[in-house]
Write a protein that binds this ligand. Structure first.
Ligand code: ADP
Length: 939
């Protein structure tokens, strides 16, 4: 066996393994099936060659030669078929393809059943048997060459047409074909070129190239398995060769071929293998990774870094900008772009790792396709799947459109970000910088990463909403603050207004001098209101003109008004229409404005002088406000303002009006005050006179009573003696007259007593001599004194005593007796018929004396007034002419002096009355005293 033979065996076995492997991976894919057929073709060809070379005789060699030709005939047409499938061009190449198959069949038949294809197997070069071509071998060569040329032609054209993954795949299929054909041609037709068929060594390259394409460009989708298989194959190879080598080396080193040396050798070798297996494995893994995964990415690291940005950023733009640039940087991708939907649900380019990228939107169809296929889409895979679809189907159309748009954006991978069943963003990944393709690792990474981005986007959207809400809130707060400020300013102005008015009011309320007040108001126009000044004018109704009441008095105004030839007060403004604005203001009662002082003051003052004054004072506007007092206009105030009319605020007007109203009010109040003052003085005069008169009267009463008392007492005494029979018995008729005389004298005495008491009370000479007394005896003595009087009127009079004596009271016995006497006397006087009952009730604190009669009674409204001086009930004059209206007045004074109370009660006229008083009970050591008192002297 030489190296050529071995190369055929290797090529045959590797082709078989690959053929089986590829069909096993995906037996539904036409691509896989036809590549398997190509592999099987190579297998048949190389196996036949191998067996032919090892044949023992010619017939055997011929058989294997015909066998190998079967493979050789089928390879070009299978390869062509595979290329059409790969390029999606099955339809346009159909005729040529079918023709090829017919040709292949034709050659196959001639190969198997005639010697027209192969004449024989004579030795050639250093081979024992080699093909001797028959007549049909030459057209076969043409067929072989043509179909490979067709294939290459199509592949080369396609290279320009396709991009990315497909392009790479096509490139390798083309290379693989070239190597296969290059090698094969030298084997089939060494005679033509007169060279040794060295090309066979290269045939294996077709497989190596395609295998590389499979691994690197996911050709036929067997990348991962393939790379791992290669890794392990190489590993097994390494270990095996190492094992063999070490056995050889160690065996030689220790010498001999004994059992022991073998055992030692195996132990040492096993030890070495165990120790070095792992590092060797790792080294190989690294090597294969370098070949198949140039610049392998540490996804853990990327995940950590990008995850950090995603977790930390809250602002959507910053979040996606950070993620896109980090992804692009770490995954070594040319560009990563994020698309997010706008209000119209159009996904527009929001941010891209390539900042200069122009803004554009994704089409609706593109997004719809993504919505249907909610997963990470690698364009090359979508393209590959397209091969399995009917071109006319809608699925094909939409996918095709999707691919075209993705390719237009140079996107190789499209990742939808889904949250709550909605696509919230789309990521477009450009090609990797290395030219590598997106593989399972990228998908695995993104499958973990995308949900994180989805949550982050949701989070930042919420944040944006909150931000927007915040802004709105802030705006509202600002608006409210502004309006509050405005209100505040208005309030401040009003406050100032109120303070000003208050200051002025305070000032003027301190004096009652109208002149002073007017001057104060005039001055306050400058000091409080802050204007230049002002002038108050009042009407003289008799003479029908206005005269100056006050002018703001300060250095400034003094200096200005000094230029007048007369005193300001000497000018008179006639109250005629059209005289000047002052007259006008007074007559119409309306506020007037002017920018010329002369409008208000000329005439009577000269215009030139006035203009000068205005200039000196810098007056810009004059406001004339009428002064009202009790609905009458009594004058006006001119306010001199240093500002133009349009600068005068409504508040200014309000202040001026308010101040003017104060003047009206003050003048009214002062008028009232003066009237009151006068009335008061009159009253005081009258009062003094009255008091003098009263004093004279009291004195007269006192003198008169004193003068009357002595003779009346003498008369009473003599009359009493006569009645008592001291002057001998009197005839009956005389006796009656004498008794009447005595009664009259007694009444007269009482009356005199009353007058005396009144005069004492009024002159403050009523003096009490209080001591503890028993009221019973006092009442008894009064009853005795008045019982005759009652009998004469045929009225019963009785003191209904209680069983227990009443407690002592602290009283002036004489004065209290006068009270009791007066109350009982009144009862008799005002009771035409019926009865009079006297009662006394007492508890530990108070004693109550009561006279109840069945007399004329008292009108309700008169009950209280009877105790006043000289007051008598209405209509009593007819019943009892002799009353003075003083008895109850004195009684009340005396009872009050005893710390008691007296009052009358009556149901009304004709219904009788009750007169009663209460007095505090006399106490010793806090307890009332109950005992009969010694006699009370009768006066
Ligand atoms: P006078 O009895 O001298 O008029 P008084 O001061 O004693 O003066 O009484 C004032 C008035 O009270 C009487 O004029 C009478 O109208 C009324 N008055 C007093 N006592 C009685 C009474 N018991 N019944 C009705 N009216 C009475």
């Amino acid at each position: 066996m030489n190296s050529f033979t071995i190369s055929t065996l290797i090529t045959a076995s590797v082709s078989l393994i690959f053929g089986v492997f590829v069909i096993y991976r995906n037996n539904k894919s036409l691509e896989n099936r036809f590549w398997s057929l190509v592999c099987f073709g190579v297998f048949v060809w190389q196996l036949g060659l191998f067996l032919e070379l090892l044949s023992k005789d010619e017939s055997q060699a011929l058989f294997w030669n015909k066998f190998l030709n079967v493979g050789a005939i089928l390879i070009p047409i299978f390869y062509y078929n595979f290329v059409l499938i790969l390029l999606n061009k099955l339809k346009n190449g159909k005729k040529l393809l079918n023709f090829g198959y017919i040709l292949a069949l034709f050659f196959l038949c001639f190969n198997l059943f005639t010697s027209l294809f192969v004449k024989g197997v004579p030795p050639a070069f250093n081979f024992k048997y080699w093909v001797e071509p028959g007549i049909l071998y030459y057209p076969y060569f043409v067929y072989f060459a043509l179909y490979f040329i067709f294939s290459f032609h199509k592949l080369i054209l396609a290279l320009r047409e396709y991009k990315f993954l497909k392009k790479q795949q096509i490139k390798y299929v083309l290379l693989s074909g070239l190597f296969g054909v290059g090698g094969g041609v030298t084997v089939f037709f060494p005679q033509f070129f007169g060279i040794y068929p060295t090309g066979n060594y290269f045939v294996i390259l077709y497989l190596i190239l395609v295998t590389y394409a499979m691994a690197k460009y996911r050709f036929m989708n067997i990348r991962l398995i393939l790379t791992r298989s290669i890794l392990y194959a190489i590993l097994v190879g390494t270990v095996a060769s190492f094992f063999a080598l070490s056995v050889l080396v160690i065996g030689n080193a220790i010498g001999g071929n004994t059992q022991t040396s073998k055992i030692i050798t195996y132990i040492v070798t096993s030890f070495i293998v165990v120790v070095f297996l792992d590092p060797v494995k790792r080294t190989w893994a690294k090597v294969t990774d370098k070949v198949f995964y140039r610049g392998k990415i540490d996804y853990q690291e990327v995940f950590r870094e990008v995850g950090n940005v995603v977790a930390r950023e809250i602002d959507l733009y910053k979040l996606l900008a950070g993620a896109s640039s980090l992804l692009a940087d770490k995954l070594k991708i040319k560009q990563v772009a994020f698309f997010v939907p706008n209000d119209k649900q159009e996904f527009y380019l929001f941010v891209s790792s390539d900042q200069e990228k122009q803004k554009f939107s994704l089409s609706k169809d593109f997004v719809t396709y993504l919505e249907k296929n909610r997963k990470i889409l690698i364009i090359d895979e979508v393209i590959r799947d397209l091969g399995n679809l009917d071109e006319k189907s809608e699925q094909y159309q939409t996918a095709d459109y999707f691919i075209k748009e993705a390719e237009a954006h140079k996107a190789e991978m499209i990742v939808p970000i889904v949250e709550n069943d909605n696509i919230t963003a789309i990521i477009l990944f450009d090609a990797k910088q290395s030219g590598d393709l997106y593989g399972q690792d990228d998908i695995n990474f993104l499958e973990v990463f995308v949900p994180q981005v989805a949550t982050a986007i949701e989070k930042s959207k919420l944040y944006e909403e909150v931000e927007a809400f915040n802004k709105e809130l802030q705006q509202k707060v600002d608006e409210k603050t502004k309006s509050l400020k405005e209100v505040n300013v208005a309030l401040q102005a009003r406050n100032k207004f109120l303070t000003t008015i208050q200051v002025v009011t305070n000032m003027i309320s301190r004096t009652l001098d109208l002149k002073k007040i007017n001057q104060m108001i005039a001055d306050s126009i400058a000091t409080e209101l802050g204007y230049v000044g002002g002038m108050l004018s009042f009407v003289d109704r008799e003479n029908k003109y206005l005269k100056v009441g006050a002018i703001t008095n300060n250095d400034h105004t003094r200096q200005a008004f000094h230029i007048l030839s007369k005193e300001p007060r000497d000018y008179q403004t006639k109250l005629e229409e059209n005289y000047n604005l002052s007259a006008q203001t007074f007559l119409t009662g309306k506020i007037n404005f002017s920018d010329k002082l002369s409008d208000f003051l000329a005439p009577p003052v000269g215009k030139a002088e006035i203009d000068k004054i205005q200039e000196i004072l810098g007056i810009k506007t004059i406001v004339g406000v009428p002064v009202f007092s009790e609905a009458r206009i009594i004058g006006l105030i001119q306010y001199y303002l240093p500002i133009k009319r349009d600068k005068i605020s409504s508040l200014d007007i309000e202040i001026m009006t308010a101040l003017t109203n104060q003047v009206g009010l003050v003048s009214r109040n002062l008028k009232l005050y003066n009237t009151l003052q006068e009335a008061n003085a009159d009253l005081q005069d009258a009062n003094t006179r009255l008091r003098e008169l009263d004093k004279a009267k009291s004195e007269f009463l006192s003198i008169a009573s004193h003068q009357l008392r002595t003779p009346i007492s003498a008369i009473k005494g003599y009359l009493s003696m006569m009645i008592d029979g001291d002057f001998g018995p009197l005839p009956k008729n005389i006796n009656d007259v004498i008794k009447n005389l005595f009664e009259s004298a007694a009444r007269l005495a009482r009356l005199i007593n009353i007058f005396l008491n009144v005069s004492r009370i009024e002159s403050g000479r009523l003096k009490l001599e209080k001591k503890p007394i028993q009221i019973n005896e006092l009442i008894d003595s009064v009853i005795i004194e008045l019982i005759n009087q009652a009998k004469q009127k045929k009225v019963s009079l009785e003191y209904k005593k209680k069983k227990t004596v009443p407690p002592l009271i602290m009283a002036d016995a004489d004065k209290l007796r006068e009270v009791v006497l007066n109350l009982v006397d009144n009862a008799i006087k005002y009771t035409p018929e019926g009865s009079i009952v006297v009662t006394v009730e007492a508890d530990n604190d108070e004693l109550n004396f009561k006279v109840t009669d069945t007399g004329i009674g008292i009108k309700k409204e008169e009950v209280k007034t009877l105790f006043r001086k000289f007051v008598r009930g209405s209509g009593v004059a007819q019943i009892h002419t002799g009353g003075s209206g003083l008895g109850l007045f004195i009684a009340q004074k005396i009872i009050k002096e005893h710390d008691g109370q007296v009052w009358a009660e009556s149901e009304g006229s004709g219904k009788g009355s009750v007169f009663q008083f209460t007095l505090p009970v006399y106490k010793e050591n806090g307890a009332p005293i109950y005992k009969e008192e010694t006699k009370i002297t009768k006066k």
